[in-house]
Design a protein around this ligand. Structure first.
Ligand SMILES: *Cc1c(COP(=O)(O)O)cnc(C)c1O
Length: 366
């Protein structure tokens, strides 16, 4: 049962099949979009209304829209996967809905009924199902987002009108040329999130604030930036836009440590899935904290054998090399580790329906 009726306006000029196939053969990431989008309006006092599916295209906006001035915005990210049997499923969409609502609370934005959020995703995926690639490792990335549309420059209160939108973008295999560990830069000059701030919310402003740090990582010859805590600048928090996981020991002795969610980290659904799956594979997990010094000495002694970032886009991204203003070291032999790869295959197998789904995470759409 839908929580709102969607008005449907199908595109009169959908992408021709041949053109779509050409795009799906090499979609890249976030460059191409499907033929439709879903929009739902919110007005204080009235709630969510005017739900509709319409052709993908520009959204007219008043230049005084609050989001353009005060950044009241948030987003989510998840994927639709073509299953081994040809059907299409998403992964834990209700977890994304719940997280969007936690982000909304922090950004003084309205919450959206979880079922309405999932209905919107399902409608878009069903309508644009031919855009879900069948190539191994490919998927349709779904991007729900919400922003303040109130036309007002007053700064003393949140907006009273919002727009929730879902768009979809076919995405290729993150590691088209095989898995290559990333090198990371320990940011000293910039931090991503401070206690009491918005680090826990998936809001665009966190990204705007991170680009300078990412640029510095690249200037220093690294792929991604590692964020340290804002207070002491020694506790490791995240890498780029992924959560971090450390593997101690190896083989049957391996165990995982991931920074505990202190309020400055984004609670990743991939991270949460890892925490549940690893023990089933005989790898105990612990949420705790690790400093840069402990990271370096752990690698020097061999106690830390692997490190990886995890998130929806890359699933698991091994970290091979670490660099900072006053240190540089390699993790293990700098190659993807055995535990990281095992966890990665397990999770991908569940997402694509080639492995059993013990936690009911797979959400069938068509
Ligand atoms: C989205 C995001 C993640 C990963 O979350 P997933 O739900 O696993 O995709 C991690 N860190 C940041 C900063 C993010 O924005």
């Amino acid at each position: 049962m839908s929580t709102l009726d969607f008005e449907i306006a199908l595109s009169e000029r959908p992408t021709p099949a041949a053109e779509r196939d050409r795009i799906l053969a090499d979609p890249g990431w976030g460059r191409h979009f499907t033929d439709h989008m879903v929009l739902i309006q919110y007005t204080e006092g009235k709630g969510w209304h005017d739900a509709r599916l319409q052709p993908y295209g520009p959204i007219p906006m008043d230049p005084a829209s609050q989001v353009l001035h005060y950044s009241q915005e948030l987003f989510e990210g998840l994927k639709a996967y073509r299953q081994a049997d040809g059907t299409i499923a998403t992964f834990r969409p209700f977890s994304n809905a719940a997280r969007m609502n936690r982000s909304a609370a922090r950004m003084a934005m309205p919450s959206i009924p979880e079922q309405l959020f999932v209905d919107a995703l399902e409608l878009l995926v069903r309508t644009d199902q031919d855009w879900v690639p069948s190539t191994e490792g490919y998927s349709l990335y779904l991007r729900p987002f919400m922003f303040a549309t109130t036309r007002a420059l007053g700064v003393n209160q949140p907006a009273d009108e919002y727009l929730f939108v879902v768009i979809a973008s076919p995405s290729g295999n993150y590691y088209a040329r095989g898995i290559r560990p990333v090198s990371v830069w320990l940011s000293q000059d910039y931090t991503r999130a401070a206690p009491g701030g918005t680090g826990e919310a998936k809001t665009g402003g966190n990204y705007a604030a991170s680009f300078a740090g990412q640029a510095q990582a690249v200037e220093n010859g690294c792929d991604q930036v590692v964020w340290l805590d804002a207070v002491e600048r020694r506790w490791v928090e995240e890498v780029g836009s992924m959560n971090l996981v450390f593997v101690y020991g190896s083989g049957a002795e391996a165990r995982l440590l991931t920074p505990a969610l202190t309020g400055t980290m984004l609670p990743g659904i991939t991270r949460d899935s890892m925490l549940k799956l690893a023990p089933d594979l005989g790898v105990p997990v612990e949420e705790g904290r690790i400093s840069v010094d402990q990271w370096e000495s752990g690698c020097a002694s061999g106690e830390i054998s692997e490190v990886f970032g995890c998130g929806t886009a890359a699933v698991i991204s091994p970290v091979g090399h670490v660099k900072g203003p006053d240190r540089e070291f390699t993790i293990g032999d700098g190659e993807p580790g055995e535990i990281s790869m095992r966890l990665r295959e397990e999770l991908i197998g569940i997402q694509y329906g080639t492995r059993p789904d013990p936690y009911g995470w797979v959400h069938k759409i068509v």
